[in-house]
Design a protein around this ligand. Structure first.
Ligand SMILES: [Zn+2]
Length: 255
């Protein structure tokens, strides 16, 4: 099965891209947040376990999260593989995932990082302005007011909540970037990390992700079976029209 890890800082559009990519490739989009909710809602053992930690305000332990993930991999819609969104978040999780997959004869095929410089992220995440009078929401880029700094509806001044101010956003981001950097380094050491410039449009980032994938998913990687008799030396099969699986589709497609 194909196991693709999608990495990126908050504000990089990871969830949107993961869903689009999974849909295109016929893989299941597995977001950790959804897993938690599904298990808690269904009242599974893992769900009850996770809920206990969450209610005590503690982090759900890695083995619980990993257990949910492995159960998810066994579901029918994940038969061809998954795009992981939100896991692994730490180096320890990445290592635990590697071990669990190895026991099943599987491995992470590729880790795709949607790379966005910190300053750009801060600008994106701190771009939320609300009007003093009624809380109408604006964004300098996505939804600018007609008159700078004034609400279109009632003319009251636009202000930022403490949570949305650049210095707060920067501090929050810094906390999340350190573990991400370790996960990135983990896959970089394995030689399976691909960096994608996340500063482009959603469509352009999506296209770059697909381009990065083409070639890595081909069944000619190191794991290819080397049948004894067949190897006549040269002529590596030139991925002709016979490829059934991971052929990248390059039709126009809106995300
Ligand atoms: Zn207003």
């Amino acid at each position: 099965m194909r196991i693709i890890v999608l990495l990126g800082p908050p504000g990089a559009g990871k969830g949107t891209q993961a869903a689009g990519l999974a849909g295109d490739l016929g893989l299941a989009h597995v977001a950790t947040g959804d897993l938690f909710r599904a298990h808690v809602a269904a009242g599974t053992d893992l769900g009850r376990l996770a809920k206990g930690f969450m209610e005590r305000g503690q982090l759900v332990p890695d083995d619980v999260t990993l257990g949910m993930l492995l159960a998810r991999l066994a579901e029918p819609d994940a038969a061809a593989g998954v795009v992981l969104d939100g896991f692994p978040r730490t180096r320890a999780q990445a290592e635990a995932l590697d071990r669990a997959l190895a026991e099943r004869g599987e491995r992470v095929e590729v880790a795709l990082l949607i790379d966005v410089p910190e300053d750009v992220l801060v600008a994106r995440l701190a771009d939320r302005w609300i009007c003093e009078a009624a809380g109408h929401v604006y964004s300098r880029t996505a939804r600018p007011p007609k008159v700078d700094g004034r609400c279109d509806v009632d003319g009251s001044p636009l202000v930022q909540r403490a949570d949305d101010r650049p210095e707060t956003v920067r501090a929050r981001l810094a906390q999340q970037m350190a573990p991400l950097a370790e996960v990135v380094a983990h896959y970089e050491r394995q030689g399976i990390l691909r960096r994608i410039d996340g500063q482009e449009s959603i469509a352009a980032v999506g296209a770059a992700l697909r381009a990065a994938l083409s070639g890595v998913g081909a069944p000619t990687a190191e794991g290819a079976p080397t049948a004894e008799g067949v190897s006549t030396g040269s002529a590596p099969s030139t991925g002709g029209p016979s490829v059934t699986g991971g052929a990248p589709r390059t039709g126009p497609r809106q995300a």
